[in-house]
Design a protein around this ligand. Structure first.
Ligand code: PLP
Length: 356
């Protein structure tokens, strides 16, 4: 591991006072972590510096050809005031897998993890205290060569920024309405669906916008080849419950392998539910909602942990799931995973890194 230099700010910012108004991604802390890469030299100069602007040449390759990948993880404050991370090494390992697909260099995961920990500890007063709040951690990698022409850059910048975020659910888990997108697609076979690359999100905004105008909070994507099979939702993986059986789309290369997805599947098995990863036809899902066989639907992701789906709409037909109420399995899994993240439940799977 390389030594990380630290330059502290001389002008700390005022922290947001009202934790009930934090929202998501509005505020950023006093410092950031940076590290550079050059072909032949590897990763160098890991450093923590005051949060601030980047000076970039307008011909920087990331601005034109989009070699940009990111991650999202969180730091949680326990009731005793101490801080803990949830599976951060899984996020950095996933970033290296994203990098390989985008022809970007593998991350120096050890130095990045140490930088992440030191950064959070330096800005620890920014980790909010209220129920359900956390410090969102955004590692990012971008290409930096100043050059026009489509090929892989030889220089990169890795950075981590931190944002205190509010509780996703102020009044308990609230089911959302989801629109099944049958025109646009998010990812195709052989594409970049399994990576957290910026371009995937750019390509998804239009469909999300249209769904919102129709009164739905997010889009459920179907496969990009036949548009028949369930993929995932916005920034969440999808799960469906049939009684005590939980089914989710298998990792097929076009959906994002969520760390929450993996954690929920593990916890579900430990809690005695049956789990299955399969190819799920949307027509079957709709038939099973109509017949009442499908009892719960929910999304899984770092931001919301579990987001119950109360309504699904496709081809003008809107179906209500579980009476539009939060289901018992969704609630149980939410309580269990957040219990572990906030240090209220034992961490039997060794997912937690205590920082303080
Ligand atoms: C980040 C993300 C997820 C959820 O991944 P987690 O590791 O659970 O946060 C799911 N789908 C997409 C498209 C994502 O970007």
């Amino acid at each position: 591991m390389k030594t990380i230099s630290i330059q502290k700010t001389t002008a700390p910012k005022a922290k947001p006072q009202d934790e009930s108004k934090l929202g998501f991604g509005h505020y950023f802390t006093d410092h950031m972590f940076l590290m550079n890469y050059e072909e032949g030299k590897g990763w160098f100069d890991p450093r923590i510096v005051p949060y601030g602007d980047f000076a970039m040449d307008p011909a920087s390759m990331v601005l034109h050809y989009g070699q940009a990948i990111f991650e999202g993880t969180k730091c949680y404050r326990r009731a005793d005031g101490g801080l803990q991370l949830f599976r951060p090494e899984a996020n950095l390992a996933r970033m290296t897998r994203s990098a390989q697909r985008m022809c970007m260099p593998a991350l120096d995961e050890e130095t990045a993890l140490e930088g992440l920990k030191q950064l959070v500890l330096l800005d620890q007063e920014w980790v909010p205290h209220s129920e359900g709040t956390s410090l969102y951690i955004r590692p990012t990698m971008i290409s930096m060569d100043v050059h026009l022409g489509v090929h892989a850059s030889k220089t990169y910048l890795f950075f981590i920024i931190l944002s205190p975020v509010g509780s996703y659910y102020k009044d308990g888990l609230k089911p959302v309405g989801i629109y099944v997108e049958d025109q646009y697609v998010r990812a195709v076979r052989g594409g970049t669906g399994f990576t957290k690359c910026a371009g995937n999100y750019a390509a998804s905004i239009l469909a999300g916008d249209i769904a919102e105008k129709k009164g739905y909070s997010q889009v459920l994507w179907l496969d990009g080849v036949e548009q028949k099979y369930v993929e995932e939702v916005g920034s969440m993986n999808m799960m469906f419950a049939y009684g005590n059986r939980i089914v989710t789309p298998a990792l097929n290369g076009s959906i994002l392998p969520g760390i929450t997805r993996d954690s929920i599947l593990t916890l579900a098995r430990q809690l005695g539910y049956e789990t299955e990863e399969a190819r799920l036809a949307i027509a079957d899902i709709f038939a099973d909602i109509r017949s009442g066989k499908l009892t719960e639907a929910f999304g899984t992701g770092t931001a919301a942990v579990i987001s119950p789906v109360g309504k699904l709409c496709m081809d003008g037909e809107e179906l209500v799931i579980g009476g539009g109420e939060i289901g018992a399995i969704s609630q149980k899994l939410y309580d269990t995973l957040t219990g572990i993240q906030y240090g209220k439940l034992p961490d039997e799977n060794h997912w937690i890194t205590r920082l303080s």
